[in-house]
Write a protein that binds this ligand. Structure first.
Ligand SMILES: Nc1ncnc2c1ncn2[C@@H]1O[C@H](COP(=O)(O)OP(=O)(O)O)[C@@H](O)[C@H]1O
Ligand SMILES: [Mg+2]
Length: 324
């Protein structure tokens, strides 16, 4: 299968009075047609920044200071806003954590769908209405006609996120970026929405970037996974490899702190410390202050991302040495 998206050395810098800090540091990956890439890491690791950089939503004082985003062969970095807007919502759809960032709170859901379709495609209003009703039922909402006439405030959180998914699917996108799409929902609804996204992504044949802080969720959704820490990729491989044999202490720690792997009484596995501040990064490996395996080399040198048979990792230790 061909690559639909090629991201190379993508970097975002933040300029402040005190200097420049890198929020994203040389992110590189390829995404094939129909494939889902999971992006996982704690809050503040740069996952949302990566999504924003891909779709060109980076503005002062932030700046893309290196790298390339080739989408279907076209370079998106440096493309005028007008051209980028043609991509967003049509070829590239976004589903965010909070449905209300994508919805107009006072406009009927059906009308929002119809307007999105009409904004991007030359179809009659009648066809757009029929397609909207169809989409509402595709995302698992009963009584499409009733939902069509409701404003978002009249729906539950789960229903609203289903409408956002319908909006995302409106124009048959080639790439769907989901940024923590279920984090704001309660557990039962979360599961339903994840199943729905997975089904619709598969049926549509679109590629997907699925962002979550939860390794367990990513494992269920993705073909490949990229583990991010403090703006860098620390591990990147197919989901089975990362899940069965995580090759970075951070990935191991993320996995170990999943609820099913933690004894209720002794939450020994819970990770200590937090993601470093960008203006105060450790001199060596960025994970070193929290890493139970770190030695002198880790505190003085920054490991590069190395490719070992298609399994990328950024760690001085050998995978078999990781005992965490
Ligand atoms: N608009 C912004 N201006 C400056 N710094 C930002 C901005 N948005 C995010 N950051 C910083 O960039 C880093 C990555 O943030 P983000 O991408 O939101 O992380 P995640 O989505 O993984 O939680 C954080 O350190 C955050 O403070
Ligand atoms: Mg985020």
């Amino acid at each position: 299968m061909e690559d639909i998206l090629k991201v190379k050395d993508l970097s975002v810098a933040l300029k402040t009075q005190d200097g420049i800090s890198r929020i994203l540091d040389k992110i590189t990956f390829n995404l094939k047609k129909g494939e889902t890439l999971g992006v996982v890491g704690e809050s503040g690791c740069g996952k949302s920044m990566l999504a924003s950089a891909i779709i060109g939503l980076i503005s002062d004082p932030l700046k893309v200071d290196d790298g390339s985003v080739l989408f279907e062969g076209e370079e998106l970095i440096g493309l005028p806003e007008k051209r980028l807007r043609e991509y967003r919502g049509k070829k590239i759809a976004m589903i965010f954590q909070d449905p209300m960032t994508s919805l107009n709170p006072i406009m009927k859901c059906g009308k929002q769908l119809v307007e999105t379709i009409l904004a991007h495609e030359k179809v009659s209003k009648k066809d757009a209405i029929a397609r909207s009703l169809d989409l509402i039922s595709q995302v698992g909402l009963d009584n499409p006609k009733e939902i069509y006439n409701k404003i978002p405030a009249q729906l539950s959180g789960g229903q609203r996120q289903r409408i956002v998914i319908a909006m995302a699917l409106c124009c048959s996108p080639d790439l769907i970026i989901c940024d923590e799409p279920t984090t704001a929902l309660d557990v039962v609804i979360q599961k339903q929405i994840l199943i729905l996204i997975k089904k619709l992504v598969r049926e549509s044949g679109a590629s997907c970037i699925f962002i979550s802080h939860d390794m367990g969720v990513v494992a269920n959704m993705a073909d490949n996974v990229m583990v991010m820490y403090a703006g860098q990729v620390v591990e990147y491989a197919d989901i089975k490899s990362v899940f069965r044999s995580p090759a970075h202490p951070y990935s191991k720690a993320l996995q170990a702190s999943l609820p099913q792997n933690v004894e209720e009484k002794e939450r020994l596995n819970e990770m200590k410390g937090s993601v470093p501040m960008l203006d105060n990064l450790p001199a060596g490996c960025l994970f070193e202050p929290r890493c139970p395996m770190a030695d002198w080399r880790c505190s003085t040198n920054r490991p590069e991302l190395k490719n070992v048979h298609g399994h990328y990792r950024r760690c001085f230790k050998k995978p078999e040495e990781l005992t965490v």
